[in-house]
Design a binder for this molecule. Sequence first.
Ligand code: G1P
Ligand code: ZN
Length: 542
Amino acid sequence: MTQTIATTPFDDQKPGTSGLRKKVKRFQQTNYAQNFLQAIFNSLEGFAGSALVIGGDGRFYNREVIQSAIKMAAANGFGRVLVGKGGILSTPAASHVIRKHSAFGGIILSASHNPGGPDGDFGIKYNIGNGGPAPEKITEAIFRQTSSLTSYRIADAADIDLDRIGTSDIGDMQVEVIDPVADYAELMQQLFDFDAIRALLRSGFRIVFDAMHAVTGPYAKEILERQLGAAAGSVRNFVPEPDFGGHHPDPNLVHAKALYDLMMSADAPDFGAASDGDGDRNLIIGKGIFVTPSDSLALLAANAHLAPGYAKGLAGIARSMPTSAAADRVAEKLGIGMFETPTGWKFFGNLLDAGKATICGEESAGTGSDHVREKDGLWAVLLWLNILARRGESVQEIVTGHWSEYGRNYYSRHDYEEVDIEAAEALVGSLRKRLPELPGQSIGDLTIAAADDFSYLDPVDGSRSDHQGIRILFDGGSRLVFRLSGTGTAGATIRLYVERYEPDTTRHGIETQDALADLIGAAEKIAGIVKHTGRAAPTVIT
Ligand code: G1P
Ligand code: ZN
């Protein structure tokens, strides 16, 4: 009943920052998804008879690839597959299910915050037994497999009914369709003070959560409305749709503009939040104040002890290199470790496993902790609510209080999307060449203190990752970072990250782009973005 299907390699199956991500149309080519799945199985060892978790964010093509993945898992020798009902598992929930059920690993079908539908994006990502994204050693092995593949194995079986909870068999393998929300909701109850949050919501504190027609809808409905008693209608756009209702499920100020406008309006609720396509990102907006993800990480770390799951304190904090240094000041005050890693959640896995870090975050709206091995959008929302419930202050009061205590890290990211690949590489290449001559140079009032190409030495396994972003550091702690995205599916995306540290409380009320204007000007002078790309302005500013 196992079929061996002859195939030929595709030359573009190199996993990026977060798995293999391509246009749906590319994935729909004969054998494209199956090749990549077989490459994953070929690069793993010792899984015979063990369990595999499969789930996705519900985007277009999810169900088709899930059926292939289940049948291929059977043909490759797995003993059991756990799959979310309807093919649904948010990325953090998948991470938890892998850990809770001691699975060998998991396959997550998602292109995160990228658009969906037949003309949108699709993705496949492999997670290891700790519940986290496969480290580079494995993604490189997968890539090597993709280039020499001649066949894949698949069970000749009927499709599994993904919409009915229960078990069935494919040959010797058991398939269990599970409730995608139950295990995750139970974990959240252990971490947070649900009674305190319930009391806050009962006291008239109003929240809005925008699920952006994506995977967190069912999770947020269950936890926020049913279990915590948020008013009916607090969770919006909660039915996951294959094309995310035609929207871009990216919780930033551009794609979640309706939420932003609501939170800035006179009758704004007290707390607004959103999550992305696969549920690992978060956007936090208080009444009249947007909280940058970098600030959110620092604030959550400084207040985490107010939640039962973190009452014992944190072992350490980790952030990706482009994320602002706001969290560093919290780690310093708490006297705990601080780790600066390359972009991408996979770099946090070792630190979390080794107990070196408890809370991690990225400037790209990702925050999480050692409860799973992925970033976790709803977790961040619940930790915020727990903190708000215990402190009894508004978001605005908590944020401005934090700035007064630690200083403010003004922060913004400018993205230039779908730039010609050669032009983007030329920009970075030219910067890299000039790195040695930059220190000491002045642009206006700014003097360059140091410039380098970030390289990371993992303190746990000693592995090294080079070329992780160009850093230009100025006297006084301001900073520019340039790097190319590893998740785009069309052309290149140049990311420019801009940061200024401002200790002076009287200067904490400046509009972010104004506070950063001289640094943004310096970035243009140093890198020549306009000259290289022909773009007069960024595509997205967050
Ligand atoms: C982007 C973000 C990064 C995040 C990744 C996956 O990667 O910048 O922080 O981990 O998406 O969600 P990039 O496109 O920059 O490579
Ligand atoms: Zn995501």
